[in-house]
Design a protein around this ligand. Sequence first.
Ligand SMILES: [Zn+2]
Length: 437
Amino acid sequence: MAGIDFQALPAADDVGRDMHELVRELFPICRSITGNGLRRTLELIGERVPLEISEVPSGTQVLDWTVPQEWNLDDAWIEGPDGERVVDLRDSNLHVLGYSVPVRERLPLTALKEHLFSLPEHPDWIPFRNSYYSPNWGFCLQHRRLVTLPEGEYEVCIDSTLEDGSLTYGEAFVRGETEDEVLVSGYADHPSMANDNLSGVALMTTLAQHLAGMRLRYSYRFLFSPGTIGPITWLARNEERLGRVKHGLVCLCVGDSGPLTYKKSRRSDAEVDRAARLVLRDSGEPFEVHEWEPWGGDERQFNSPGFDLPVGTLTRSAPGSFPEYHTSADDLDFVRPEALGASFHAYMSVFDVLETNATYVNLSPKGEPQLGRRGLYRSMGAGPDAGVDEFALLWVLNLADGEHTLVDMAERSGLRYAQVRDAARTLEAHALLEVRA
Ligand SMILES: [Zn+2]
């Protein structure tokens, strides 16, 4: 049970700064659930980790859905009665309703307003809106701007294309010793917003980079795809091999200053659910654990009853729970390098539990083995937490009856998982313990 080599990992602050740089690089790209912005994003990720790209043609039937037409956007603006540009895509790619059909027309303000979206409660922010599956066009703008628009004739232009093409997704695969997989999935389709969802894209990329080269029990698959339709497409195309997915995490909103938050899988007591809870408990920081519910992000597809994969969601502030969510205020200042770095270490810690968790057998189960004779009592009285590791040795010996895993032991003893894991390693080295065959 090698586990994650934490000594080989960079410090949280350093890795957080690197991730923030990647978020900054990807931020300006105009992305959607299909199209060249998504392709360019995957291309830039592919410069950091080997990525296998799939293109699935528009019209392909995937489960109960159909791969939509491909959308690309070149330009968009609104000109006011005096010829002044009142909205311009060049200022923010949130200005255009995602999947807007092409339009070029003149219309009075009252008619235009049916196609304008704003946030009265946050008048300086631009909202993020889409119309993926029903044809429409529209603009999103600051409410403060909207209320100052004078009456009169406006000219609108959305230079977009919506035609047969393909849906793109990318997979980074890190091979371990077995074909059993840990699946980490995040959507990569949002335009310029940093926490939702570039923080997740940056974290998945960085995790894949650092896992490569480690000795791992599991193989790790990182799926970068458009929200909802991406996982549905991937599931439809990989149905025969889903038995390999032993654990999974959906990765998004990992860069804000909120506490780490884990949403359980539909099964609610899967190994990944318990591993994530232990990692948050052991962090010493505030955290939240939420029960499963069938809304949110891509976890909805993995946890649908026909698949019921053990896939939880590990975020900081839960998606939708912060006011900046799906607005222009989810910007480069909203995500913090130190939060990104701490999220990186939390994910690695969950992987470490999954890598090292096993069921153990005490090889000297009748009475306590004499630890002093083996030098295992040497830490007694040697420091403020000297007794703790002995507690861990005694807990592990006591629960290693072939029925309990290290996760069981950490939960039941209240000891940190790392203490229990290290105690098991020590006892194994002294031939007092072995993994149940
Ligand atoms: Zn979102």
